[in-house]
Design a binder for this molecule. Structure first.
Ligand code: 13P
Length: 255
C-alpha cells in the first residue's frame, strides 16, 4: 500500500494575539501556493481565541484548521472548556487530543483522551491522538510498554483512517531541540502501525505523525522514515517560512 498523503500540522500552543495570528495564517496561506501540488496537507491549530480569525484567513485555501483540545461533552456546565461541536462550527476539521502538555498540566488520563477523541469523531472531526514516552520511561526501557498502553487506551473503537490521526511525540523531544533519531522514530512508528493493524481494517491509511523539535534542518530525514506520514510541529510552526519549509520536505506520494 502506498504511503498516505503527509499531514503537516502546526500546533501553535498558547501563542499569538490577533495581529500575530492573522499574519501567521496569512503568510502560510500565501506560501502554500508555492508548494508542490498535492504533496502535503497543511493544518494549523491556533489557540481557541484565534480560531475564528484564522478560519477567515484560511477560507478558500487548502490550509485546514484544527483545535488543540476539546471537552468530551457536546455542551454543558464546563466553564472555560470548548466542545468538538464548537470547533466544527468554526470550520475546524481536526482537533489534537492527549498532547503530553495536557496529560501533564491537566492530569488527563488515556481514558479522558479517548472520551475526547470519541467526542471529536462524533462531531465530524478527525482526532489527532498524541502518545509518547518520557525520558525516564525511555531510559528504563519502557518505551514500547508506555506507547502500546497509550494507544490501546486512548483510541476510540470506531476509529478509521478518515477520523483518526496518531501523533508520536516523545515527551523529551518536545521543545527541547533534542529530536528522536530516525531509528528511534522508525521503531515506535512501526510498533504503532502494527497495533493499529490489530484493531482496524484500514490501518495502513491512518496517518502517524512524528512530533518533537521538527525543524527545516531535520524534516527531510524524519519525514522519509517508514510509517511517518507527517509531522506535528510546535515551535517551528510559529514561523511561516520554517513551517512551509517543513511542508516542502514531505516526500512525493506514489498515489
Ligand atoms: P516542538 O516542535 O516545539 O518541539 O513541539 C512539538 C509539539 O509538542 C507539537 O505538538
Amino acid at each position: 500500500m502506498s504511503k498516505p498523503r503527509s499531514l503537516i500540522a502546526g500546533n501553535w500552543k498558547m501563542n499569538g494575539l490577533s495581529a500575530d495570528g492573522w499574519a501567521l495564517a496569512d503568510a502560510i496561506v500565501q506560501g502554500a501556493r508555492d508548494l508542490p501540488a498535492g504533496r502535503a496537507e497543511l493544518l494549523v491549530c491556533p489557540p481557541a481565541t484565534l480560531i475564528g480569525l484564522v478560519a477567515e484567513a484560511v477560507t478558500g485555501s487548502p490550509v485546514a484548521l484544527g483545535g488543540q483540545d476539546c471537552h468530551a461533552d457536546r455542551s454543558g456546565a464546563h466553564t472555560g472548556d470548548v466542545s468538538a461541536a464548537m470547533l466544527a462550527d468554526l470550520g475546524c476539521r481536526y482537533v489534537i487530543v492527549g498532547h503530553s502538555e495536557r496529560r501533564a498540566d491537566h492530569g488527563e488520563s488515556s481514558a479522558t483522551v479517548r472520551a475526547k477523541a470519541e467526542a471529536a469523531q462524533a462531531a465530524g472531526l478527525s482526532a489527532i491522538v498524541c502518545v509518547g514516552e518520557t525520558w525516564a520511561e525511555r531510559e528504563a526501557g519502557k518505551t514500547e510498554e508506555v506507547v502500546t498502553a497509550q494507544v490501546a487506551e486512548s483510541l476510540p473503537a470506531a476509529s478509521t483512517s478518515g477520523n483518526l490521526v496518531v501523533a508520536y511525540e516523545p515527551v523529551w523531544a518536545i521543545g527541547s531541540g533534542r529530536t528522536a533519531t530516525p531509528e528511534q522514530v522508525a521503531e515506535v512508528h512501526a510498533l504503532i502501525r502494527r497495533q493499529l493493524g490489530s484493531r482496524m481494517d484500514d490501518a495502513g491509511a491512518v496517518r502517524i505523525l512524528y512530533g518533537g523539535s521538527v525543524k527545516p534542518a531535520n524534516a527531510v530525514e524524519l519525514l522519509a522514515v517508514a510509517h511517518v506520514d507527517g509531522a506535528l510541529v510546535g515551535g517551528s510552526s510559529l514561523k511561516a517560512g520554517d513551517f512551509l519549509a517543513i511542508a516542502a520536505a514531505a516526500p512525493a506520494q506514489a498515489g
